[in-house]
Write a protein of this length. Structure first.
Length: 151
């Protein structure tokens, strides 16, 4: 399955909303962003299970900055879609939504926004909405991915 993850409040915190992986001094100096605790292991597990992992964000961060942060945590992804690319593709397809993962051939999108979940229903794409406060978020996502695959 081709899976995309949101960044803000899903993998990267806006403040102290969830526990994060450790960064060393060099990571801080290089501007590596904090990432949600358990994200590297979850992503590697999904990849081991044969899934392609992507980032799909409405952030204007550069793809290079995103990739550098992910590499610091030893996470490799297939594709990164940021807001610059997202806006172009949505406009070209005349879709009035914040995101539409199927336009990028993503089978499943993981996000924190309930609004993205509603857009999924409206525009017929599959989402897993995970709250920043969910302490068992990795297990929740694993279970939901299995449920989606085997339904």
């Amino acid at each position: 399955m081709n899976i995309s993850f949101d960044l803000d409040s899903t993998l990267i915190p806006n403040g102290d909303e969830f526990e994060t992986e450790k960064r060393n001094f060099l990571g801080k100096i290089l501007g590596v962003e904090k990432i949600r605790k358990g994200a590297p292991e979850l992503i590697r597990l999904l990849q081991t299970d044969g899934h392609l992992i992507n980032i799909y964000t409405t952030s204007f961060r550069s793809k290079r900055k995103i990739r550098n942060t992910l590499r610091y945590y030893k996470i490799e992804v297939t594709r990164i879609v940021n807001q610059t690319e997202n806006e172009k593709v949505l406009k070209l397809n005349k879709i009035n939504a914040s995101k539409c993962p199927k336009l990028f051939n993503f089978d499943l999108h993981i996000d924190d926004s309930k609004g993205v979940g509603l857009e999924g229903e409206k525009f017929n794409f599959t989402t897993i909405i995970v709250s920043p406060s969910n302490l068992n978020w990795t297990k929740y996502i694993e279970n939901e991915v299995d449920r989606i695959i085997f339904k």
